[in-house]
Write a protein that binds this ligand. Structure first.
Ligand SMILES: *[C@@H]1O[C@H](CO)[C@@H](O)[C@H](O)[C@H]1NC(C)=O
Ligand SMILES: *[C@@H]1O[C@H](CO)[C@@H](O)[C@H](O)[C@H]1NC(C)=O
Ligand SMILES: *[C@@H]1O[C@H](CO)[C@@H](O)[C@H](O)[C@H]1NC(C)=O
Ligand SMILES: *[C@@H]1O[C@H](CO)[C@@H](O)[C@H](O)[C@H]1NC(C)=O
Length: 459
């Protein structure tokens, strides 16, 4: 009795815990956003227990305000299947999932380091604002092929290969400001015609080969201010970027001679916006209100610039090569999978045949058994012969099938071996690439050293 009582209450308690959910209801604002307020989620488990309520569930715009969420409520996208716009600003999110129908996500000022997406279809997202987060690795961005506006400023990206944006054929604005970037690489093979605005300001660039931006022929605005640039080739800028009209370059460590020539060139080609304001006081000198220094001879800078750009080019070629290899191995894998499917299908047909034959053997055995000692043995005997002939034929056919299957498997095995080989080649290439990277980092150090020598007072 006591025991039953206990079991009963355990059961009831389980039901209550199971049914426990925290419910939040949003209110619709005149601007069309339904706003959730004060949502608290401190773990992934808690996110499963949150139910979102709304005056209607065909809402397209959702906003969270004054909330503290580790992740979004798990059911948010199934609750609002027609969502187009989501704003989750300043909410301590650590990761974000972007469903394929969403058009605009503003998730600035969180702690996001992971962006996941629905792998089944190409996301429709057009505008993504992820400024002030903790992104280090942004490979997944390359799947958002419909992006037009991408803000990744104030993250921790450090070094970037612009090839990541190759597939974003509609991208107009790319903001990579304030990311601790020391190097910008570009192993893109095709031009990205859509890009008009590129922010690279407030990084740690001490070197920029302007040629890495060659794949953005329609660029109109280029922000390079607040870096540590000393020298830049500018002579081909007009032919590379016929539409360029704003090129902010202030707040760098320009060599005065290079800067003076660059400003003359800018004026000549009608780039009239290259600074936000004129500085009043510089450590050494100013040219046209932009600080510069006389320290290092221009020829030395030019030379090291050339040296450096050769290395970066080599690195880019390597990246391209690796990408090519990857593409090939992807195709190989696809072929192998197709082949495996075929083999699977043959095996299935084979086992179907086998069971058909077995049925036949059994029925023939039954006939012979029934025949034993029977008076009508002779006509049955000829029937039996027919059956046996058929059986022999079937077995022959199975043998042939089996042989061709074995051959197929042999080919399949060889292909897999080839794939293994390719994998090791790619591994080697990766290693080489890493070595180059290390060399590059060392060069960067040397470069910084050259720069620091500059600050020794000139006689
Ligand atoms: C939330 O709603 C569910 C389902 O209607 C209910 O079972 C649960 O008790 C509610 N929770 C709170 C805290 O109101
Ligand atoms: C990239 O996206 C995949 C698929 O959505 C996800 O599993 C993975 O965690 C993401 N990686 C990063 C670094 O965001
Ligand atoms: C192989 O078979 C699987 C499952 O039967 C299927 O999902 C997949 O699409 C097939 N792949 C190809 C390339 O036919
Ligand atoms: C069938 O006949 C053979 C020889 O005529 C005999 O040895 C055997 O036992 C018989 N089998 C049955 C099941 O009657």
């Amino acid at each position: 009795m006591n025991r039953n009582f206990f079991i009963y209450w355990t059961f009831v308690l389980c039901l209550v815990v199971e049914g426990y959910a925290v419910n939040y209801t949003c209110t619709v604002n005149p601007d069309g956003f339904c706003i959730f307020q004060g949502v608290r989620i401190t773990s992934v488990e808690e996110a499963n227990d949150v139910d979102l309520r709304a005056p209607s569930y065909d809402l397209t715009r959702i906003k969270f305000r004054e909330s503290e969420m580790f992740v979004l409520p798990s059911r948010i996208y199934s609750t609002f299947p027609q969502i187009l716009e989501l704003r989750v600003w300043w909410q301590s999110l650590h990761s974000i999932h972007i469903p394929s129908n969403l058009l605009h996500l503003d998730a600035e000022r969180n702690r996001i380091n992971t962006i996941s997406y629905d792998t089944s279809t190409v996301p429709m997202l057009k505008k993504l604002e992820l400024g002030h987060n903790r992104l280090k690795s942004i490979e997944n961005i390359s799947y958002f092929e419909n992006l037009e506006f991408l803000d990744l400023s104030h993250n921790d990206i450090r070094s970037i290969d612009l090839v990541l944006f190759q597939r974003l054929k509609h991208l107009r604005v790319l903001d990579l400001a304030a990311n601790n970037m020391a190097i910008v690489k570009n192993s893109m093979e095709h031009k990205l015609e859509s890009l008009a605005v590129l922010h690279l300001n407030d990084n740690r660039l001490s070197y920029l080969d302007i040629n890495v931006l060659r794949q953005f022929p329609n660029i109109e605005k280029l922000d390079l201010f607040n870096n540590q640039l000393m020298y830049m080739e500018f002579e081909n800028m007009r032919s590379m970027f016929p539409k360029l009209s704003i090129a902010n370059i202030y707040g760098n460590d320009w060599n005065c001679e290079n800067l003076a020539e660059m400003i003359i060139y800018f004026k000549k080609i009608n780039i009239l916006e290259y600074k936000l304001y004129s500085v009043l006081k510089c450590r050494e000198r100013a040219v046209d209100g932009i600080c510069c220094s006389e320290g290092k001879a221009l020829t030395i800078l030019k030379k090291s610039n050339q040296y450096f750009s050769n290395y970066v080019n080599e690195l880019n070629l390597h990246s391209q090569h690796i990408m090519q290899e990857m593409k090939q191995s992807k195709q190989e894998i696809r072929k192998l999978i197709e082949h495996e499917n075929m083999t699977q299908a043959s095996l299935k047909a084979f086992s179907d045949d086998m069971s058909a034959i077995r049925n036949r053997i059994e029925s023939i055995a039954a006939i012979t058994d029934a025949n034993n000692g029977s008076s009508t043995a002779i006509p049955r005997q000829t029937k039996k012969h027919e059956k046996v002939d058929k059986l022999v034929q079937e077995i022959l056919k199975i043998k042939q099938d089996h042989q061709s299957l074995a051959r197929e498997n042999q080919v399949f095995k060889q292909q897999i071996e080839g794939y293994e080989e390719m994998k090791s080649i790619i591994q080697e290439l990766k290693q080489e690439n890493n070595n180059l990277r290390t060399k590059l980092a060392k060069l960067l150090d040397d470069f910084h050293e050259i720069k620091s020598v500059k600050s020794v007072p000139t006689a």
